[in-house]
Each structure stands twice: as structure tokens, then as C-alpha cells.
Design a protein. Structure first.
Length: 147
């Protein structure tokens, strides 16, 4: 929305900041177009830059898995998790979860999609399906052969 006030053009809009709060953003310019350009530039500046480690709806499950596994590795290094747990998570993800879901975007992973994947894993092994349920949000794809 734009209007002229005291000889200056003002453009304003509501904008949802990276913290999720909607705020009014207003900028001034010598012309209507100048005010709109200033407003657009201000909105670009307000957007939080996407970090490499940030998970977005367009992130793949494989990316989320790498981030999650890094957390598990840190827990192993701190003595809070067993190295065997880490190995199990990697194996289950690589052999079962990654082939079924790894290439999907987070926004594409719905409850029915996960249920179908877990049902397919459960037909092979109930215990692997239980572990896959834990790992579904991430253990990275590996290069080692599946057992």
C-alpha cells in the first residue's frame, strides 16, 4: 500500500519476520516507485540468510539425516551414546530408510509415506522397523554394503 504524506511517498506492508512475528514495515521515497523500491529492499534485508545447516521444507531427508547423525556422533564423543548405537543407526538408515525416503523433501514426507516405508521394512524385520522409526529423521546415506 502506498500513499503520499507531507510531500513524501510512503509504502508499507505487513511482513512475517524469520522469528515468525508479523510486523508492519514502512519506507519512504521521493516518488511512489522509489518508496516501493525502498520497501522491497528493506524486506530483502529482513530475511534471515539460510544457513548451510538449516533445515527447510525443501531440504531432503538425506540432509536432515546427516545433521542428525552429526548430533549422535557428538553424543558418542561425549560418552553419552554408545558407538554401537551410532553404527546401528547408520546401517538401518543406509539399508532401509534411505532407499525408501532419502531423496524426498521434508515437505513431501507425510504420515502415510512414512507408514508405507515402515510397513515395507517391517515385512523384512520387526526390530529393524522399530529402529527405522527412530532413525527416520536421519542417519546419513553410507557407502558400505548392507548386511
Amino acid at each position: 500500500m502506498s500513499w503520499r504524506e507531507d510531500g513524501v511517498w510512503i509504502a508499507r506492508t505487513r511482513f512475517r519476520d524469520f522469528d515468525g512475528v508479523v510486523r508492519m514495515v514502512k519506507r519512504r521515497g521521493r516518488s511512489k516507485a522509489g518508496a516501493v523500491r525502498a520497501l522491497k529492499a528493506a524486506l530483502v534485508d529482513r530475511q534471515a540468510p539460510a544457513k548451510k545447516s538449516e533445515v527447510t521444507p525443501d531440504s531432503t531427508l538425506a540432509k536432515v539425516a546427516r545433521l542428525w547423525l552429526a548430533e549422535v556422533e557428538r553424543a558418542v564423543d561425549a560418552g553419552q551414546r554408545s558407538p554401537g548405537t551410532l553404527d546401528t543407526y547408520r546401517s538401518i538408515y543406509r539399508c532401509h530408510v534411505d532407499p525408501a525416503l532419502g531423496a524426498l523433501r521434508i515437505r513431501e514426507i507425510t504420515t502415510p509415506v512414512v507408514d508405507r516405508a515402515l510397513s515395507a521394512i517391517k515385512r523384512k524385520s520387526t526390530s529393524r522397523a522399530r529402529t527405522a522409526k527412530i532413525v527416520i529423521s536421519g542417519a546419513p546415506p553410507g557407502t558400505a554394503p548392507c548386511p
